[in-house]
Design a protein around this ligand. Structure first.
Ligand SMILES: NC(=O)c1ccc[n+]([C@@H]2O[C@H](COP(=O)([O-])OP(=O)(O)OC[C@H]3O[C@@H](n4cnc5c(N)ncnc54)[C@H](O)[C@@H]3O)[C@@H](O)[C@H]2O)c1
Length: 367
């Protein structure tokens, strides 16, 4: 049976835009009908580059009655206001990560979604990929026994070497915690359930960064957000997570993420990708075993398929059609609250207890 068609308008046509266009092409029923940007000339160019039939400024996108879903690819500081405007215009919304940049903003968009009769979904969606789903299946099947601890290490994304305008990554709303942290925290919550408290310490590494990206908008950036953080997450289950999030660690041999249980260890690939080997080593075994993927792969690991986006938009479309909503707003809000607690704990020198909780999203694998 043919799938229901959803008409998509993309808000924001910057760096990640092309990866959404190519990723969404996997789902022919998700049709991109318009692109809107406060910089309308940029939207015009994006529409021409990708054969998108309509383009214009942001107001024209909100007003387009043929658009059902707005995919919001604006920088994080714009998320709260643009989500609320899109919901008020009667659109379902899928927003890039993080959901918003503060807990207060996050509460505002949750309330806006609840009162709108529309559905709000949020990146990251890599926790829906085969690696995270495979780890979840192994964990739920008890293959490492009872989970005790977890570790997660975020090294430098080196954005100033490739992003034409990486300013937002070194200002409040950016930094390694808000920019890369969502991928890691979403996977940890998907695996281990909600976080109860956060104890952290963070600092700015270099106060000024040199931008070397080709076609850069600026040559250097003043850094106004912590770029190196260490945080201990205590989960409601009692699991203790040890994390390091840094734009000052240029190279490292640390693993991306490991989960430690009474009977063994799970090792995960980069949470920034959808696929990759998940390895299991049970106590007494001398070798790691690579687990069978629990869901289909997007493509070979290391290829551009891994960087393309769109699975979270398909997940929102499932929810619109009455199915489960996995990358949902309460889940994204809980992840946001845990991320914001890193800075709060560091600034206030105390353990921060989280006010929110969430369910673990329904797995994508069956059985
Ligand atoms: N660049 C990446 O590799 C990457 C990867 C994953 C996720 N993301 C996320 O995607 C989002 C966008 O990142 P980016 O790197 O593409 O940013 P960008 O700065 O390259 O592009 C943002 C675009 O949004 C437009 N814009 C700004 N405010 C707007 C508004 N109020 N209404 C409409 N348009 C507006 C800008 O004119 C610009 O064209 C962020 O949330 C980021 O965290 C980016």
């Amino acid at each position: 049976m043919a799938k229901q068609t959803h008409r998509i308008g993309i808000l924001g046509s910057g760096n990640i835009f092309g990866r959404y266009v190519t990723g969404l092409a996997r789902y022919p029923e998700l049709q991109i009908v318009r692109v809107g940007d406060i910089d309308a000339a940029r939207a015009k160019q994006a529409a021409a580059d990708h054969a998108i039939p309509a383009w214009g400024d942001d107001a024209e996108l909100y007003a387009d009655e043929s658009v059902d879903i707005i995919v919001n690819l604006t920088p994080p500081v714009h998320h709260a206001r643009t989500i609320s405007t899109a919901l008020a215009a009667g659109k379902h919304v899928y927003v890039e990560k993080p959901l918003a940049t503060t807990v207060e903003e996050g509460r505002t968009v949750l309330a806006a979604a609840a009162g709108s009769g529309r559905i709000l979904g949020s990146a990251p969606d890599t926790f829906l990929g085969s690696a995270s789903q495979t780890a979840r299946k192994a964990l739920d099947a008890g293959r490492i026994g009872t989970p005790i601890g977890a570790s997660a290490f975020i090294g430098h994304s080196k954005a100033e070497t490739w992003h034409p305008d990486p300013r937002f990554l070194f200002q409040p709303g950016g930094g390694p915690v808000m920019d890369m942290g969502p991928y890691y925290f979403a996977i940890l919550v998907n695996l281990l359930g909600p976080v109860r408290s956060v104890a952290a310490s963070s600092r700015i590494g270099a106060p000024r960064r040199t931008v070397t990206a080709p076609q850069r908008a600026v040559d250097s950036i003043e850094v106004t957000v912590p770029t190196h953080a260490g945080a201990v997450l205590t989960f409601a289950s009692g699991v203790i997570g040890t994390t390091q999030m840094s734009f000052d660690v240029w190279d490292t041999d640390l693993p991306f993420m490991e989960i430690y249980g009474t009977e063994g260890t799970l090792s995960l690939p980069s949470p920034n990708n959808f696929d990759g080997d998940v390895r299991l080593r049970r106590h007494g075994e001398s070798e790691w075993t690579v687990l069978e993927p629990a869901v289909e792969l997007f493509g070979a690991v290391g290829t551009r398929e891994q960087a393309r986006r769109g699975l979270g938009v398909r997940d929102l479309a499932d929810a619109i059609e009455g199915g489960p909503h996995r990358a949902n707003a309460p889940f994204a809000f809980h992840v946001l609250e845990a991320l914001c607690a890193v800075d709060e704990s560091s600034q206030q020198g105390r353990v921060v207890e989280l006010g929110s909780t969430c369910d673990r999203p329904q797995p994508r694998f069956s059985g």
